[in-house]
Design a protein around this ligand. Structure first.
Ligand code: AHG
Ligand code: MN
Ligand code: MN
Length: 354
């Protein structure tokens, strides 16, 4: 009997070991059409960028010129790290040879980067945050990359990339890479959320979790409470509620990708609300909030500004920021209920005064 069962187990192991990223995309689309092949090739290229970045991060403390600041400031007024620039350029060079992508827009570049030789054939745009959580780089803690793929619409003759100023439902694919104890790539092309782990001995991303579903509520609340003094009363009231009820636990790592990865697996909510200094919050719609919202909805969760679904927000410019409340649907709804209540109270007060 044992002799009969053994080959079945081996077959399953072999099959699991062989589901690579590019193969998985084709399986999900159940097609070898040109579009399916393009998406598969795009994901494969993102995987290559991730491997190059992971390789540099894994030896960062041993190499010259990897850690620390460049001395420059990006378009959002943030000090730029050497790894931000390296990772930004990795994505450009990987897609330069792809023939797939005509434009790349990143939080580290004022304007989109055009690859003219690809433009006649490459109808996709890549939007990305090359290193997310870069304050963690110099202390060897987890960081990430976030990406989103959109189809280019129109000719973009003036180089203004106006077609990128559309809502997040226009995304064809989105995902992130988590550079942690192992490197993981999590993606969605609108058919669920799937996680791959980089097997360093193979140099390949191998499927490790298919169809991730976020619990409908969870114990985690993830927010920088150092900003309490800068928040609206609505957010302060929500945090007071959490402090006074059993069942919550705080986790905040300073890198959105890691904090949200935990929520995908354990449930709960991540918040980056508006502050006095940054009324729209810190996170950028096109490179951070919208791709993560796409994934979260695909996993059965929600992402909101507090008053609107993130995927419905139309940016005014490519670097637009939005407040972000993302995670389990019941937890996001609870935060929204505090925001609604505060809005109702302030309209009642205004009404009483008039
Ligand atoms: P980035 O490194 O791309 O600028 O993003 C950092 C973001 C995000 O990863 C994190 O959640 C948040 O900034 C942390 O900000 P605070 O230090 O203000 O909490
Ligand atoms: Mn970021
Ligand atoms: Mn970044």
């Amino acid at each position: 009997m044992a002799d009969v069962e053994q080959p079945v187990v081996q077959e399953q192991t072999l099959d699991r070991d062989c589901t690579t990223l590019s193969r998985h995309v084709l399986q999900q689309l159940q097609s070898y059409s040109a579009n399916a092949q393009d998406l598969s090739a795009l994901m494969n290229r993102i995987g290559l960028a991730a491997k190059l970045i992971a390789r540099r991060l894994s030896r960062a403390g041993l190499m010259e010129g990897v850690l620390g600041f460049t001395g420059g400031v990006n378009v959002q007024g943030e000090s730029v790290k050497k790894m931000d620039i390296y990772a930004n350029e990795v994505f450009i060079s990987v897609f330069k040879q792809s023939g797939l992508v005509c434009r790349l827009a990143s939080e580290e570049m004022d304007k989109p980067y055009y690859i003219p030789e690809n433009c006649p054939i490459g109808r996709y745009s890549l939007l990305y945050d090359p290193i997310d959580g870069s304050s963690n780089v110099d202390i060897n803690l987890n960081v990430g990359s976030i990406f989103s793929i959109r189809q280019q619409e129109g000719e973009d003759l003036d180089g203004e990339a106006r077609d990128l100023l559309q809502n997040g439902r226009k995304q064809l694919a989105a995902g992130y890479v988590l550079y942690g104890p192992s490197t993981m790539l999590v993606y969605s092309i609108g058919t669920g959320v799937h996680a791959f782990s980089l097997d360093p001995s193979l140099g390949e991303f191998i499927l490790s979790q298919e169809n991730i579903q976020v619990p409908s509520r969870g114990p985690i609340y993830s927010v920088n409470e150092g900003n309490f003094w800068q928040w609206d009363d609505s957010i302060r009231n929500y945090i007071r509620y959490v402090h006074r009820h059993e069942g919550y636990t705080a986790r905040y790592g300073g890198a959105l990708v890691g904090d949200i990865h935990r929520i995908f697996l354990q449930g709960g909510v991540f918040l980056y609300p508006g502050t006095v200094k940054k009324p729209e919050g810190k996170l950028r719609l096109l490179y951070e909030s919208a791709p993560l919202a796409f994934l979260m909805e695909q996993a059965g969760g929600r992402a909101s500004t507090g008053t609107q679904d993130i995927l419905d927000v139309v940016p005014e410019k490519i670097h637009t920021r939005t407040p972000l409340i993302i995670g389990s649907k019941d937890d996001v709804a609870l935060v929204e209920s505090f925001i609604k209540e505060a809005a109702w109270e302030s309209s009642e007060t205004a009404h009483a005064r008039s």
